[in-house]
Design a protein around this ligand. Sequence first.
Ligand SMILES: Cc1ncc(CO)c(N)n1
Length: 217
Amino acid sequence: MTATQTLKARAADDWHAATTHDFTTALASGALEPEKMAGYLQQDYLFVEGFVRLLAAAVAEAPTLGDAVPGARFLGLICGPENTYFLRALAALDVPQAGSAAPETRAFQELMDASRRSGRYELMLAVLVVAEWTYLDWATPFAPRAEALPFWFGEWITLHSGEGFAGVVAHLRGQLDAAWETLDAPARDEVAEVFTRAVALERAFFDAAWAGFPVTR
Ligand SMILES: Cc1ncc(CO)c(N)n1
């Protein structure tokens, strides 16, 4: 097994819960209440702010230009089509951007900030790999039905499935698998800890979204 396969297997319970969640099942069926989607997108837009900074830091730490380019392209996608999706979807659901971060969002912001400020590429990658790979896993089975859904559901699935997005995940995993080979045992333990924590936070974020984040009006 590769390092990222082993890390995923060690977090199997939370991984499975996060990637087969009632929230995403309802989203992909089109039956998710607009209020729940609005609360989720408000909080996730705050998540994305920290994610952009983290991804930018990882691009800066990549060992070569070849290692940096796929992440930089992905940064462009998030700040382009994905950012526009958020603004269009929030407008369509008739809500503004969130006033403040919910506890589950804040926990994620703190993990992203800590891994970014560590300056350590492998800790940044641990969070990035979890965030993108869990989304690829839940969204991929729903890709065939995305077109038939209202855009605020369908485009969220499309943004996290398909060949291009699978390539992003493969790239990030490849970076972490390569970095892993250079790490001593204590550093590997730190990566595993961040990876496991990130999977738990993905699950908690969907649990909170399914219960219903408070919506800013
Ligand atoms: C909480 C969360 N995790 C991962 C992603 C994928 O970028 C996202 N948009 N939100």
